[in-house]
Write a protein that binds this ligand. Structure first.
Ligand code: NZQ
Ligand code: ZN
Length: 385
């Protein structure tokens, strides 16, 4: 196993009723002015907004609302939030939403404390912020695992790049599966597929020798697959929502990555597709993964065969390569079974002409069994149509 240092500083409050029980006392640890950040309004129709604002009121906080954080949050929205936080002397940010709200707040919390532009600073000077407005999160839609790390994915519309920035990590997070009951089923499934994708992007990283992280990872992948099937039959299942919610955090809280270099090539492709089309993250990944894996499985046949056997329960075929391919096809069949799109056309993306530009703008990772070229990615994008 590779050397590692591991710490995760987010305190997790998991389960039904956690916000009511613990939020008030947690808020006492922070200053008087709280930024309440949320998305397009789902928290108003499902009652979460009323519950949270009542607690903020009971805590005697001055509340500054920062709303309208969109899916695939933009850099302009980050700047709007940072200006508001600075002008209002915000002491604490409470992010209530899915990955988009949490990601936006992570970077707002850093940008508000900085004199320079965080995009330029991180991407070109390669220096990272040290001071943050503290943040806490209440997850209302799971999948990204954004709540237990400091990474954020932000879309810079002028530059046409959707890329990673690093900001604050939430001091605490509430994971209440009942809060996810109002999420449309399609979003539940695409979020859960995002979790599966994070697990796969880590599993197919390096080294591909045996280690504990991969053993745990296989359990996470099997759990996500099993619980997606349960939730499709019974969308109200609290247990299945609980399992998916915790799996989402587990896939991105660092535990599966211990001792590994991750791949995340599918994510790099999807993010740039998102920069150009604003597509749904989990859906984009569902289309890309099988196509990408058909391109590379032969170079990592042993690992893909292990995936086939331990995750999909496939028996050995005549050759390792055949077993490996059966695993990739099982993934593709599963995507179809659970109603996720299998082509960009199904997602309403047919602008093949942009693919050369998109392909050339995609970061190449070195984490998997075969390093791609921009021409490979161009081919993959065209096969996704
Ligand atoms: O905006 P509102 O009205 O709240 O509606 C949202 C949004 O339309 C809705 N929603 C959320 N909670 C709900 C609900 N609707 C009903 N009831 C509820 N309880 O769900 C829709 C999607 O929300 P969003 O936050 O955009 O989805 P998700 O959590 O999938 O986040 C996607 C973003 O996260 C990034 C993606 O690239 C994308 O920008 N990612 C962040 C990562 C990270 N920080 O670690 C890793 C991921 O790989 C990913 O890239
Ligand atoms: Zn993802």
């Amino acid at each position: 196993m590779n050397n590692f240092i591991f710490e995760n500083t987010t305190k997790v409050y998991f389960g039904k009723g956690g916000v009511k029980e613990y939020l008030l006392s947690l808020l006492k640890n922070y200053g008087n002015t709280v930024m309440l950040a949320y998305g397009g309004g789902s928290i108003k129709s499902n009652g979460i907004y009323d519950e949270v604002t009542a607690i903020l009121q009971a805590a005697g906080k001055t509340v500054i609302e920062f709303s309208g954080i969109m899916s695939n949050p933009t850099y302009a929205k980050v700047q709007e939030g940072a200006t508001l936080a600075r002008e209002s002397n915000v002491d604490f940010i409470l992010a209530v939403g899915g990955g988009s709200v949490i990601d936006c707040c992570k970077i707002v919390s850093a940008q508000a404390m900085l004199k320079e532009d965080i995009w330029e600073m991180e991407n070109f000077k390669k220096t990272y912020p040290q001071n943050f407005i503290p943040i806490g999160a209440i997850v209302t839609a799971s999948g990204t695992g954004a709540e237990m790390n400091s990474g954020a994915v932000i879309k810079h519309e002028d530059k046409k790049i959707k890329g990673a920035l690093f900001g604050a990590q939430a001091r605490f997070v509430f994971l209440d599966p009942t809060y996810t009951m109002s999420v449309p089923l399609g979003q539940v499934i695409s979020g859960a597929f995002d979790t599966l994708s994070h697990a796969m992007e880590t599993y197919f990283g390096k080294p591909d020798t045996n280690n504990l992280s991969d053993d745990i990872n296989e359990a996470v992948m099997r759990s996500v697959i099993r619980n997606i099937r349960i939730i499709l039959k019974n969308p109200e299942s609290y247990d299945a929502r609980s399992e998916l919610m915790w799996a989402s955090s587990m896939a991105e809280n660092g535990i599966l990555k211990i001792g590994k270099i991750t791949d995340f090539q599918a994510h790099q492709i999807e993010h740039q597709l998102g920069a150009y089309t604003n597509c749904n993250h989990g859906q984009g990944l569902a289309v890309i993964h099988p196509v990408l894996y058909r391109h590379i499985y032969k170079y990592g046949a042993e690992r893909f065969a292990r995936f086939a056997k331990n995750v999909w329960g496939i028996s050995d075929k005549a050759t390792v390569e055949q077993t490996a391919l059966a695993g990739v096809e099982a993934l593709a069949d599963f995507i179809k079974e659970i109603g996720l799109p299998t082509s960009f056309t199904e997602m309403g993306i047919s602008n093949g002409s942009d693919f050369r530009t998109i392909a050339d703008s995609i970061n190449i990772t070195a984490g998997c069994c075969r390093k791609l070229t921009h021409d490979d990615i161009y081919e993959i994008l065209n096969e996704c149509i």
